[in-house]
Ligand binder design. Structure first.
Ligand SMILES: [Ca+2]
Ligand SMILES: [Ca+2]
Length: 217
């Protein structure tokens, strides 16, 4: 027997009834440490996924990561496969850090699903807030400096393997341009309010937000 679950707009996932009732999900004897054991009710409450979607995602997660967690090395290997022509390790580190919501040094199923909920089901504001807080504000002090923006953009350039020749100058020019757009009051820092204000009125950014998850994985 099969069942169709709608995961995101236009995307249908067919699952079997056996998967929806995976006894391992809430089984009495989990094959992984209890600290990593996901809690269906809690996850359902904290995310925009239904219980059956969470079960489905969990099954996929567990197939890929039988230990129940993703280590940074695994994450870097995945990125290296997707971006074979660049050096993806810095960007992979930044995204790993962004996914590691509970700051435990590994990505648990809970970390993964909380992030996916924001990225797949969140409003534009929620997605932008995630980008600002989890990805761009590297030291977590509540605002973005030009240095932080430079580090992120350099990592993206390395990821896609942009030519190194004259790259530093080009990256700096690119950073200056983006930073001055975000820093509305010209005080040298970008706050979340400035970031939201600049992004929400930018058609290109808003469009790329729709495909944000595609670039992320
Ligand atoms: Ca900062
Ligand atoms: Ca500012």
């Amino acid at each position: 027997m099969s069942e169709t679950t709608s995961l995101s707009s236009g995307e249908k996932i067919v699952t079997t009834s056996t998967m929806m009732d995976d006894p391992e999900f809430f089984g009495a004897q989990p094959a992984y440490p209890s600290a990593y054991r996901p809690f269906l009710d809690e996850l359902c409450e904290k995310t925009k996924f239904s219980k059956s979607e969470i079960r489905f995602l969990y099954r996929g997660f567990k197939q890929e990561c039988p230990a129940g967690i993703v280590q940074e090395d695994t994450f870097k290997d995945i990125y290296a496969k997707f971006f074979p022509y660049g050096n993806s390790s810095v960007y992979a580190h930044l995204v790993f850090r962004a996914f590691d919501v509970t700051s435990c040094g590994a990505i648990t199923f809970k970390d993964m699903i909380l992030t996916l909920s924001t990225l797949l089901r969140g409003s534009s504001r929620e997605k932008l807030r995630w980008i600002f807080c989890r990805l761009y504000d590297l030291n977590g002090n509540g605002f973005i400096t030009k240095r932080e923006l430079f580090d992120i953009i350099s990592a993206v350039h390395d990821l896609v393997g942009v030519s190194k020749q004259g790259e530093d100058r080009k990256t700096r020019d690119h950073v200056d341009k983006i930073f001055s757009k975000f820093d509305v009051n010209r005080d040298g820092i970008v706050t979340i309010e400035e970031f939201l204000e600049s992004c929400l009125k930018d058609d290109v950014i808003m469009k790329s937000l729709q495909s944000f998850t595609t670039t992320l994985y």
